[in-house]
Design a protein around this ligand. Sequence first.
Ligand SMILES: Nc1ncnc2c1ncn2[C@@H]1O[C@H](COP(=O)(O)OP(=O)(O)OP(=O)(O)O)[C@@H](O)[C@H]1O
Length: 657
Amino acid sequence: MVSVAANTAEKGKEKTKAKQNYLKRKKQRRKSNKGKAANGPAAGSEDEGEDAADADVDAVPEVDAKDDQQMETEPAEKPRKETRPKKRRKLQLEVAKEGDVEMVEPEPPTQEPEPEPPAALRTLPSFPRPALPDAPSKSVLALQGLDQALVEAEIVDSAGLLPIPPDGEDDGGTGVSERTRKRLAELGIVELFAVQTSLLPFLLPRNPLQRALYLPFDPPRDVCVSAPTGSGKTLAYVVPIVEILSVRVVTRLRALIVLPTRDLVTQVRETFDAVGKGRGLKIGTATGQHSFSHEQSQLVADKTTDLAGGSSKVDILVCTPGRLIDHLNGTPNFSLQHLRFLVIDEADRLLAQSFQDWLVRVLAATRPPSGRQPVPHGFLQRPDAVAPAFRSLLPYTDFPSFVTERKESSCQKLLFSATLTRDPGKLAALELRDPKYFVVQEKKETDGVLDVAMDKFTMPATLTEHMLVCEASMKPLVFFHLVYNHNVTNALVFTKSAESTARLVRLFEFFDAAKRKGPDGEPTAVVVARAYSSDLSASERKLILEKFRAKEIQILVCSDLISRGIDISHVSHVVSYDVPVDMRKYVHRVGRTARAGRAGDAWALVEEQEAKYFKGMLRDADHLDKVKRMKVKEEELKSLALHYEGALGQLKEVYGR
Ligand SMILES: Nc1ncnc2c1ncn2[C@@H]1O[C@H](COP(=O)(O)OP(=O)(O)OP(=O)(O)O)[C@@H](O)[C@H]1O
């Protein structure tokens, strides 16, 4: 229709002339017809032809006129006109500009009233203002790039307990044999803690085939556990290891437990000794505390024969990573091919240690070699008890087998920490096999995996935390105030270095002596404080720890050497004399108290200039409101000030010499 209208408009001028010509010719024809009528009819053809020509010429204006009329009047055409009203109008206007006076006036577009937009739309501005998109929330960012297995972690309620039936067939869902249950009862363990309720059934499947020492075709899943301090992670791996290894006939190194410090090695060994008592399992340690050759003779039975399957005097080895590498490097027949368990306790701390690439070396030693290996000493190596996945070490072809599946190492990796790393790079380095994560948390208050992702750590429910902000010069006095006026004893006191540990103990000794000899003559109980740091030899440290455990020492001033893992049940207070600089350290320090459901108090002495940073650290971990802010009034310190001045003077004398 638009094109017709356009044609009509363009032809407007032409039509007018044609019409004029037509009328002129018609006039002439009538004139001549009148003459012809007088002269008689002529040849019809000529007349027809002319008529036809007329008709042709005439047809144009008539049709055009009709068209124009229709455009104005015919209602049938209306909807078509209304579909493109604007364009038509434009064309008409263009034609009008050309000065075609005969052109019909453009008809006003007859538009149907548009339906009203919904009220919500009417209020919207026609164009949104330019604005930056909202930044993704912290929680969304924290989940980015996270290990998928961690995202799918099993969240375990930290309040969950499971009674252990002491005897009988029914294990109460614990997966623990009657013999071990009896042993646990003897040790006073009558119920499983939350982390154990999940781990034990997982590591001790009901199907005996899945408890086998070798699982080359169906290797077990690896496990990562994040659970608060003092929640019983040690027993969560000690019990299953003892259970599974107890069926062994020949002694092979089947469980390797790696810990960051010697003290922890001693502690974990004691737990294995206690739980595994009477099961015939041999447990060894390697920490460098004894000479290398002594350790070698404790670990390996045969150092001279070249044995493809290695040789071991122990079923379980508890060690530090440095000494472990020494044995991998220099102890003949020390082999990890038979490992059924590799435990990395305090995993985030150990993964941060790159000492001699210990992790890469250990993982390589647990992995079957790819392809046939060259036999080191011709055919002298004895094909003695090689682990199924390590048959390529044999000097001859493996036994023919119809099973074409690849044999895998049967070693199950178990990672534990109260502050488990979420660093995907570090987790990838562990080459975990289909890992299963367990995250133990207080169910009500926490956000599951998001807390791990955002470095929000779960504290023991029985812990009370305090913060005291004071001038740096007043800190020792405030500390003495806590000890003497608030009975903060049976305490671990953390300082920033071995040197400040020694100095504080010296000052404390002067102060305590001055107080007892003071003018008030008040006989106070002796408070014994001792330093515990890397400045001491291993034997000195062991002795001091024993005395502290025996409560002969009431205050142990220490560096962060024992901030992790150490389990001393009677520690009722932890004092951060120097505040920690990162949240993980804080979590492990305060976790030395309030263990295994007991109550405990943590105190942080914060110098005024540190307050902002320290509070910020707690705030970032969503923990600031859990720490009570305390104040000490000057009057409270008055009674101690005199002795303190005296002790300071003595200290200056000693250090000024
Ligand atoms: N089921 C239980 N019943 C009673 N006591 C238990 C039980 N499980 C563990 N304990 C005790 O709880 C204490 C803390 O356990 P453990 O040292 O294993 O804690 P942890 O989770 O490893 O702490 P950390 O993260 O500080 O190393 C130990 O004294 C241990 O004997």
